[in-house]
Design a protein around this ligand. Sequence first.
Ligand code: ADP
Length: 291
Amino acid sequence: RILVAGSANLDFVVRAGTIPTPGETVLGRDFQTFPGGKGANQAVASARAGGAATSMLVALGEDDYAERLEASLRAAGVELTIRRQRGVPTGSAFICVSDDGENAITVAPGANACLLGSDLPALDDIGLLLLQLETPLPAIEAWARRARAAGVRVALNAAPAHALPQRLLALIDLLVVNESELAALTGIGDDIGAALARLPVPMVVVTLGALGCCARIDGVLHPCPGFAVEAVDTTAAGDTFCGVLVAALAGGADPEPALARACAASALTCTGDGAQSSIPARDEVEAFLAA
Ligand code: ADP
């Protein structure tokens, strides 16, 4: 079983010709709300991937947004441990998507910021703990420490971009980052190989957008090409990658096929609108890989 401890946000998405610059107002169109948040998206991706059962520790307020997020997670088959936070709004994200597919996102963490190290449920039947950086860093470190002590593998998606203490990195078995997160972690922005080599983690994966990804496993590089798709909204592509990768690895797949499956699933996510709404099910990924 996989346990995700992380964020859930309701995404407020507006499409516009261009993303406004500071002080500018633009008229957008097509306003929609979608269940999102890195933690919840990754839990949904893992559950839909079907390699292992998926649970999630999540913090929600007592508002309508919470109900929507809970329903989306449960519909995907994610078993929930909920920290219910009174007097604090459920997390939300304000997203502007431009016509050329770029996005700009402001997150209001709300209840996500209330998660504590002591909130982690029992780890008895957990084989892998998956974390991101949308919850408080002290809680993340406490969760990783408890998992490590219990012999549970720890995967971290170091997003959004943030520098991390070495003592946290030392607890991680699998690290997934995009190029800007890799640069933020290592201070190396112009040499991916050197940046990957800088990280003291057995398996590090950098995602490279349409180009796919590159993994460094026990010192050896494994590039994995991307899949060509017509991308309409790349929201949750990185989250799909993380959820599907850990589900495949926890299900016993070797790293290279697991990476290919994560690339295929995240490419499919780019072909649909929104976050959780665009994450493919296992049979869609299988059909895409077989085509
Ligand atoms: P993030 O969205 O977190 O910045 P990336 O842009 O690297 O991360 O995307 C994550 C993964 O999603 C990539 O490794 C790739 O497999 C897939 N992906 C992203 N954009 C595209 C695209 N335009 N076409 C195909 N696959 C994509």
